[in-house]
Design a protein around this ligand. Structure first.
Ligand SMILES: *Cc1c(COP(=O)(O)O)cnc(C)c1O
Length: 381
């Protein structure tokens, strides 16, 4: 396998360094976690339920939300709930976090990679149309960087084939598509609260379920297959009829999540402000295209700022000489041995593979730092 040539060691926080990612720890985080530590419940208890309810109201139009230990757990749980079996095929984006596709390997499900749309780096709807057939049992999409995918098109293809759409919305908390929040559109929508996502629980995840009747099963699968409510109420028949996992969220994590929810509106407003500065400043630069801007029918969640550039290695090195981190974040998944060989039907991915670069965008980056980064880029590389 080819080596990644242009990864540089991580910069320290401090001085005039601008790091690519930094967790956002809300003001009330320490208080809420400390309070939780003095209660009976530090594992899964009432705070998890409170976090689910508040999350559901804020992001899922009230449809039921199930909290788990990570975004990857949330994806695996969604894939189980969607009824996938060993030998089934699904269509999934090639350009995403490995978390999107690794759970299929747990399940013996065959991943058919779809190409990127070269303007957005989201899944190419045209390629999904080409790939789909009677063996396809689900469509997965990832709202890359926070820009919603073409949900009307994807859901109408899925409807035609009578299969579910599973949204990986790890980048897209707070995004919306034609006025509907991401979290209330498809059969399954997954969110992540990993350290550097919009809000964090250390690690954590959530699944929003379109079909509320799946909730009981989701709760069992998250806890070994045991009906925990019946057990606590003292009428559990003491049998386990389906294989579950240990995928629950803890109250310690939920306490962090609740503190995050309080600040979410400010977090996303700030991220969107930085994103729009990048977007405005990085226009009309030879050899550089800003990704994900200019849509009127969907709202970006501003998790990543991505540019597609010529001579990427040079730009990344030059930024680094100015103490600015940048890198690729995600890599095409078909480069990894576990997913088999490199596919040869992904021409758009082939084209952008050596060109995309992610720039710092988070709550610790100051507006003037974004202007500084843009000025440096405008000076040429
Ligand atoms: C962060 C992320 C996930 C989930 O990751 P966890 O670390 O398990 O919470 C899934 N998909 C994408 C695209 C991500 O960025």
């Amino acid at each position: 396998m080819e080596k990644i040539q242009n990864d540089l060691p991580t910069l320290e926080v401090g001085g005039d360094n601008i790091v690519l990612f930094h967790p956002h720890i809300p003001k009330n985080a320490v208080k809420y976690v400390t309070d939780t530590l003095s209660t009976r419940w530090i594992g899964q208890g009432p705070k998890v339920e409170q976090f689910e309810n508040e999350f559901s109201k804020k992001f899922c139009n009230g449809q039921t939300a199930v909290a788990v230990g990570s975004g990857t757990d949330a994806l695996h749980l969604s894939y189980i709930l969607s009824g996938l079996k060993p030998g089934d095929e699904i269509i999934s984006p090639v350009f995403t976090c490995t978390a999107t596709n690794i759970p299929f390997l747990y399940m013996g499900v065959k991943v058919v990679f779809a190409d990127v749309d070269k303007n957005t780096l989201n899944i190419s709807v045209d390629h999904v149309r080409e790939l789909i057939n009677e063996r396809t049992k689900a469509i997965v999409c990832v709202h890359y960087a926070g820009l919603p995918c073409d949900m009307d098109e994807l859901n109408s293809i899925a409807k035609k084939w009578n299969i579910p759409v599973i949204e990986d919305a790890a980048h897209a908390l707070g995004a919306s598509y034609k006025g509907i929040p991401i979290g209330a559109i498809s059969d399954f929508t997954m969110f992540s609260f990993q350290a550097i996502k919009h809000i964090t629980t250390g690690d954590g995840g959530m699944v929003s379920l379109n079909d509320q009747t799946l909730r009981a099963k989701a709760e069992r699968i998250r806890w070994f297959g045991i009906d925990r409510t019946a057990k606590q109420e003292g009428h559990w028949d003491n049998d386990i009829k389906e294989v579950g996992y240990k995928y629950q969220m803890t109250d310690i994590a939920a306490a962090l999540g609740l503190a995050g929810l309080e600040e979410f509106d400010n977090i996303i407003a700030y991220r969107r402000k930085l994103f729009s500065i990048y977007e405005k400043e990085l226009q009309n630069i030879a050899g550089l295209t800003f990704i994900g801007g200019g849509f009127k029918d969907r709202e970006h969640a501003a998790w990543l700022c991505t540019v597609v550039v010529e001579r990427r290695v040079n730009l990344q090195k030059m930024l680094r000489e100015h103490h600015i981190e940048s890198n690729q974040v995600h890599y095409r998944n078909d480069r990894y041995s576990i997913f088999g060989r490199r596919r040869d039907n992904l021409p758009n991915m082939d084209t952008v593979e050596d060109k995309y670069l992610i720039l710092p965008l988070h709550t610790k980056v100051r507006e003037e730092e974004v202007y500084r980064i843009c000025e440096i880029i405008k000076g040429g590389w």
